[in-house]
Design a protein around this ligand. Structure first.
Ligand code: ZN
Ligand code: ZN
Length: 116
């Protein structure tokens, strides 16, 4: 399984960020939101084994930061994050009012943080 459809535009961002000045990229940092549904291991594989090969990114260390999601209840406005949400049991009900109207405020994004 691959995350290539996601990895390709990310790689385009990396190349744009590296510009023409950087010849040997040493480190790439990506943030993956825990609520994005993206598996960091698959993303790493897609980038390192498929896209980086033969480019100036070939020997770069790939650092993937998993950012914690922030969820807000639409009914009672309670904010939930980190310890309130467990990865293997996704939150589908507000623990204070029981409402299922929950908005993911952040943590569902995948973005490039730095190319060094
Ligand atoms: Zn593969
Ligand atoms: Zn609520």
């Amino acid at each position: 399984m691959h995350e290539l459809t996601l990895a390709r535009p990310l790689f385009a961002d990396m190349k744009a960020a590296a510009g023409k000045g950087l010849k040997n990229i040493t480190r790439v940092v990506i943030a993956v939101g825990a609520a994005s549904g993206v598996d960091p291991d698959f993303l790493r594989h897609s980038l390192k084994d498929h896209l980086f090969e033969g480019t100036s990114f070939a020997s770069a260390a790939l650092e993937i930061i998993v950012s914690e999601p922030l969820i807000k209840c639409r009914r009672c406005s309670k904010s939930l994050s980190g310890k309130d949400i467990s990865a293997d049991m996704p939150l589908n009900k507000c623990p204070s009012c029981g409402s299922a109207a929950l908005d993911v405020v952040s943590g569902d994004e995948v973005r490039l943080v730095a190319v060094i």
